[in-house]
Write a protein that binds this ligand. Structure first.
Ligand SMILES: Nc1nc2c(ncn2[C@@H]2O[C@H](COP(=O)(O)OP(=O)(O)OP(=O)(O)O)[C@@H](O)[C@H]2O)c(=O)[nH]1
Length: 769
């Protein structure tokens, strides 16, 4: 279960260019002019202008770089396809399968747990060089062009959605894999939403063409209709199921057969006679679809001329990069068929780093936007997007947006202002690494020994840039947890602190009433995996409670307070008076504390303690002990005693005042609503609608296809417990669903009452003990 988001757009800050200390960097005049314009008037320069103005040497380097991710519904074959990519590019010597009989496992599933369960839990990064045969523009002769591809394989399961979010945040393009039998599945819809959120252009790959019932046209239609993204096949299959041999390239009208030991040889031939008609028909459809989204092709089409292969390719590239279209490739990763043409598609249709707009905010110029340019010669700007504990210390994954990063270089953490020396730079190859001295702009690497948080921006010298981080969804499920044996407590703490550092969707807090540690995350599987990792990696057996929904609390009214804490128990007493009001902020977001004290009736030191008290109260809401959202507290008067006042007294007084006022402010329990996508064969539509109605779900959209329907609904997480088995029963096992967090909404009155009564009872019992 994952949260959807306030759209996180890349952002920017301007910079007084003249003040940048470029130190000993090479700096060319064109780059200077482009950056100068970008800095002083960011809107004056289009990304095209930046690309046009690229120094030819930089342009040639960047043209050969692709940063891509692979994302899809669970089990579509992302890891299997990545394994082929690594094999065909010479990165690995042989192919090993996910849960294969050789017990080696796929390269990118390096964690034992991933290999056992056959699912990807963590995204893994790797890189490879793809040598593409490219015709010389003058002679037409084929020559080798080497492209450097940084690739991230992401998990399919929605519980690990943060891995997809952070990958998409830093990638320039993606391959969306679909299953040839199932087409667009429930989680393809989620992945589509994430790609749209980060404006990531994509090519599509219909995998599993060897399976019984494979039908690539179902997937193509699904992309156009269910995802509402114009799509057309750029290939047709030669044979299907057991007979699948290769594909016809519709642009060049050539047949491509996968041959050799593991499909490493692609033999080109004439289009088989029995496929000529279909090939022509699908080629026409490709051109027609492109004409709808690309003006240049539309003109050629209107003049009833046939565009040349180069014109078609250029149109696909333009339309894909501008997010108006996705070209659809097809093949079978497991059967080693037609993976290489998809790699050509990555190079041909996905953008290089200079073609993607990346912005930063300049703290030194009132948060003005500035465009980052992937020049090696500009000052360094990079984003730490993922942290991982390794045997050699903390590993930080960095996307270099501008400038290059050298071993031994000093950079600044934009959030903390700290200077950090980069001791080691590596390129990651799943769990292995290759040490490098320098990494260029537009690339992805990992660095060692850098203390930072996920999402921190690093810059060089005097730059005050910072980039927005990725969206981190709020956890929706929590569990109480403790080690079975107290002797394991140190290891338990170590594990918890590591998991928290690495995964921003995994949170831990101590329930102040029960004293129990509570872990929260994106779903049951997410938390199960951490429990299992504690056992395996830290040898800690744990006891867990029942999974709980992460409720929230809020208030609806403005309520004034005037609270006095006064205790006289012999020696020094306690004295603090706080006066002010609480009210809703108007949004179910951050809580706000404000002091409007004039004349120093409460000193700064005590006000700080009041703020602390307020924040603590918001972490443990008065109704259920869950977090408070959207509360504002203002303190505008008070009183202090010469000897009896203390920070503790003011903190406690604030908490008491907040509690009393909150209860009087028409408080509400909020529950997470989940954006739920269900797909199932049409004959089960009635059953599924019935299931959703029983859960008081709000059905927002139903799309009925020739065989299947897709239903989108908002439903409370509470109502979704046990849903998978009921959906299975209602659809003869043919329905599937995925859900991600949408927003918090007031829980039904009856449920609110029950939850509050239960909480009161538990509290009373604990107090008795
Ligand atoms: N028949 C067939 N099976 C395939 C193909 N590609 C992958 N599979 C199988 O599908 C299953 C899932 O493959 P993975 O590569 O783990 O899929 P994934 O998308 O990486 O899975 P998650 O990361 O867990 O979501 C495995 O059993 C593969 O052997 C294919 O082209 N044809």
């Amino acid at each position: 279960m994952a949260a959807a988001l306030p759209i996180s757009q890349p952002s920017i800050r301007g910079q007084n260019h003249n003040r940048i200390q470029y130190q000993s960097r090479r700096w060319n005049a064109t780059a200077a002019a482009v950056q100068e314009a970008a800095v002083h008037d960011p809107t004056s320069l289009s990304q095209e202008a930046i690309v046009e103005n690229l120094d030819p040497k930089e342009a040639a380097r960047l043209d050969k770089v692709r940063n891509i991710g692979i994302a899809a519904h669970i089990d579509s074959g992302k890891t299997t396809a990545t394994e082929r990519v690594l094999f065909y590019t010479g990165r690995i010597k042989d192919i090993h399968e996910v849960r294969g009989r050789d017990n080696v496992g796929a390269k990118m599933d390096s964690m034992d747990l991933e290999r056992e369960k056959g699912i990807t839990i963590q995204s893994a990064a790797t890189f490879c060089d793809w040598v593409k045969k490219t015709p010389d523009p003058v002679t037409g002769e084929l020559k080798d062009e080497k492209y450097h591809i940084n690739l991230i394989d992401t998990p399919g399961h929605i519980d690990f959605t943060i891995e997809v979010e952070r990958a998409l945040r830093v990638l320039d393009g993606a391959v969306m894999i679909l299953c040839a039998v199932s087409g667009v599945q429930s989680q393809t819809v989620t992945v589509d939403r994430q790609m749209k959120r980060y404006n990531v252009p994509r090519i599509s790959f219909v995998n599993k063409m060897d399976r019984a019932g494979a039908n690539p046209w179902k997937a193509v239609d699904g992309i156009s209709q269910k995802l509402r993204l114009p799509a057309a096949a750029v290939q047709i299959p030669i044979g299907v199921e057991d007979e699948f041999k290769g594909v016809v390239d519709l642009i060049r009208m050539k047949a491509m057969y996968s041959e050799g030991y593991k499909g490493e040889e692609i033999r080109e031939d004439e289009v088989p006679a029995d496929l000529k008609e279909l090939a022509q028909q699908k080629r026409d459809l490709l051109i027609e679809t492109l004409a709808d989204v690309d003006e240049e092709i539309a003109n050629v089409f209107l003049e009833e001329q046939t565009p040349s292969p180069e014109e078609i390719k250029a149109a696909i590239r333009r339309a894909t990069i501008s997010l108006k279209f996705t070209p659809v490739f097809m093949g079978s990763a497991l059967a080693d068929k037609a993976v290489q043409p998809m790699l050509d598609g990555v190079v041909d249709y996905l953008p290089n780093p200079s073609e993607v707009e990346n912005l930063a905010l300049d703290r030194k110029r009132d948060e003005a936007s500035v465009k980052l340019v992937s020049y090696n010669s500009l000052p360094f700007v990079g984003l730490a997007f993922k942290l991982e504990e390794s045997n050699f210390g903390q590993l930080t994954y960095v996307r270099v947006y501008q400038g290059s990063l050298r071993k031994g270089q000093n950079v600044f953490n934009a959030r903390t202002g700290q200077k950090v020396k980069i001791p080691r730079i590596v390129r990651m190859h799943s769990n292995e690494m290759e040490e490098v001295q320098e990494i260029g702009a537009g690339e992805i690497c990992a660095v060692f020994g850098v203390d930072c948080a996920s999402g921190d921006t690093f810059t060089e010298g005097g730059l005050g840039y910072s980039m927005t981080s990725m969206f981190v969804p709020d956890p929706v499920i929590s569990l109480s947890i403790k080690p079975k044996n107290t002797k394991d407590t140190p290891n338990f703490s170590k594990a918890i602190s590591r998991f928290q550092r690495e995964d921003p969707t995994f949170r831990v807090h101590v329930d102040t009433e029960s004293g129990e540690s509570i872990i929260s995350g994106m779903g049951e599987l997410h938390l199960d995996i951490y429990v299992e990792r504690m056992k395996r990696e830290y040898k800690v057996e744990v006891v867990t409670g029942q999974p709980q929904v992460a409720y929230r609390e809020t208030l609806q009214q403005h309520v004034p307070f005037d609270h006095l804490l006064k205790k006289q128990t012999g020696g020094a007493g306690d004295y603090a008076r706080v006066v002010g009001y609480i009210e809703p902020t108007g949004q179910l977001g951050e809580n706000k504390f404000e002091s409007q004290i004039v004349g120093g009736t409460i000193s700064e030191k005590y006000l700080f303690a009041c703020d602390k008290g307020f924040q603590e109260s918001c972490r443990n809401g008065p109704l259920l002990g869950h977090r408070v959202l959207g509360a504002s507290m203002v303190i505008n008067d008070g009183a202090t005693h010469m000897t009896d006042s203390s920070e503790m007294a003011f903190k406690n007084a604030t908490q008491q005042a907040f509690r009393k006022a909150f209860i009087a402010a028409q408080p509400q329990v909020l529950e997470p609503l989940m954006k739920t996508t269900i797909t199932a064969p049409n004959e089960f539509q009635g059953n599924v609608v019935g299931l959703m109605n029983k859960r008081n779900a709000v059905i927002n959209d139903t799309e009925i296809g020739p065989e299947e329907f897709t239903l989108q609904a908002d439903c409370s997480l509470n109502g979704m417990f046990g849903f998978s088995s009921q959906l299975r029963a209602a659809t003869q096992g043919k329905g599937e669903f995925s859900m991600e967090f949408s927003h918090y909404a007031p829980a039904p009155m009856q449920l609110q009452k029950e939850l509050i009564a239960k909480h009161e009872k538990e509290r009373a019992e604990k107090n008795k003990k």
